[in-house]
Design a binder for this molecule. Structure first.
Ligand SMILES: Cc1cc2nc3c(=O)[nH]c(=O)nc-3n(C[C@H](O)[C@H](O)[C@H](O)COP(=O)(O)OP(=O)(O)OC[C@H]3O[C@@H](n4cnc5c(N)ncnc54)[C@H](O)[C@@H]3O)c2cc1C
Length: 341
């Protein structure tokens, strides 16, 4: 079949890689000038794969999609033509001594919504030291076993390269204006996918939610897992990447302003991060990035399938967490595929 895909972000690249791997002829349209241009939210994301920690603002269905996707990422990453840093050693929730009450309320919420048998494991100081010898800033810690993280920049590059190797054609610098079943801007296809994220308006009632993020260079920190601070007001996560980089994020602001990070966000993210990892005091801020998370009015993901056209959108703050399972489910609806092998 000849498949047209509008959007070369996270979903567009994953779909292109999967569909071309199944032997379909795939053409992808995107306004970006080339495969490396970082317009899509997928580039900016920290890449936390946190089905349990995200239960604070999601539900058991999202957690199930996330757990399935974690298994799928293991297989996807193994098949990509470029290296992608992917870890599944769990993540840590941390709280300061004075915030134990509010942390426990959140932990109870997570435990109530979690699929059976999956709950945060409280860590003694000795066990925390054995898991993360370099971590000294927080009084209380819990391990979320099985959670993971993926290097989003490497994965975006590797998915595009993998799709190209399998024969995908890219139509860069092409912002799709008219999309209908079997048709993108006058070009005919057997099936069309609309994965334009925030760009899917007015066909979908999608909005952008501003997120700001920082990259720090912290030689010698030796953090192994992603950390999240449980705090009544200051939310922050710290995600280690290769090359002594840690990603600190992220704001969540109801605005489509893509301008650079604000002083307010910078101060709040860095002071919260420094409170759990004091060694960050001498880290260097090497990069900051702002992007828009595509969100539907209920903040839930949606797959809409009809003959000739599938729309996937609303991945909001969970795109990397759930995209593989959503893509697999969307492809099952069509007469074009069997499950990921
Ligand atoms: C700061 C930040 C941190 C995040 N952290 C995480 C995280 O830790 N874990 C997680 O799971 N998720 C995270 N996310 C969310 C994740 O990045 C998104 O859910 C995901 O990128 C959505 O994928 P998508 O393919 O729908 O959209 P995108 O990745 O935004 O891709 C949309 C694509 O459509 C293209 N497009 C737009 N208009 C048109 C048009 N007219 N024609 C053709 N193409 C068009 C765009 O150029 C873009 O390439 C984060 C997001 C942000 C901003």
């Amino acid at each position: 079949m000849h498949i047209g895909i509008a959007g070369a972000g996270l979903l567009g690249r994953l779909l292109a890689w999967r569909l071309s791997g199944l032997g379909h002829r795939v053409t992808v349209f995107d306004p970006a000038p080339d495969a490396q241009a970082r317009g899509a939210a997928g580039w900016t994301a920290a890449g936390m794969l946190s089905p349990l920690a995200e239960l604070e603002c999601s539900d058991a269905h999202m957690a199930t999609l996330g757990l399935r996707s974690l298994d799928l990422w293991v297989r996807i990453v193994a098949q990509l033509p470029l290296p992608v840093d992917f870890r599944r050693d769990g993540s840590l929730l941390l709280a300061h001594a004075g915030d134990l009450g509010s942390a426990q309320r959140l932990l109870a919420l997570i435990a109530a919504r979690a699929p059976a048998g999956l709950t945060p494991e409280p860590l003694s100081p000795a066990r925390l030291r054995s898991l993360e010898p370099g971590l000294h800033g927080a009084a209380h810690a819990w391990l979320l076993g099985g959670e993971g993280q993926i290097h989003t920049v490497q994965a975006m590059q590797a998915l595009a390269q993998g799709a190209s190797d399998r024969g995908t054609r890219w139509r860069w610098s092409h912002a799709v204006r008219e999309l209908a079943p079997g048709c993108i801007d006058g070009d005919r296809f057997d099936h069309v996918f609309d994965v334009r994220g925030v760009g899917a308006r007015p066909d979908l009632q999608v909005r952008g939610v501003r997120g700001e993020i920082l990259w720090l260079h912290a030689p010698g920190l030796e953090l192994r897992r992603a950390l999240r601070l449980l705090h009544p007001r200051s939310r922050v996560y710290v995600v280690p990447r290769p090359g002594d980089i840690v990603v600190v994020g992220a704001s969540e602001i109801e605005s489509e302003d893509r301008s650079p990070i604000s002083v307010r966000t910078l101060l709040s993210l860095l002071s919260a991060a420094h409170s759990i990892v004091p060694q960050l005091a001498e880290a260097r801020v090497v990069h900051s990035e702002t992007n828009l998370r595509p969100a539907l009015p209920d903040n839930l993901p949606r797959v809409e399938a009809r003959p000739g056209l599938t729309r996937i959108n609303g991945l909001f703050r969970h795109g990397w967490l759930i995209a593989p399972a959503l893509v697999e489910d969307a492809l099952h609806e069509l007469p074009i595929e069997e499950s990921v092998s």
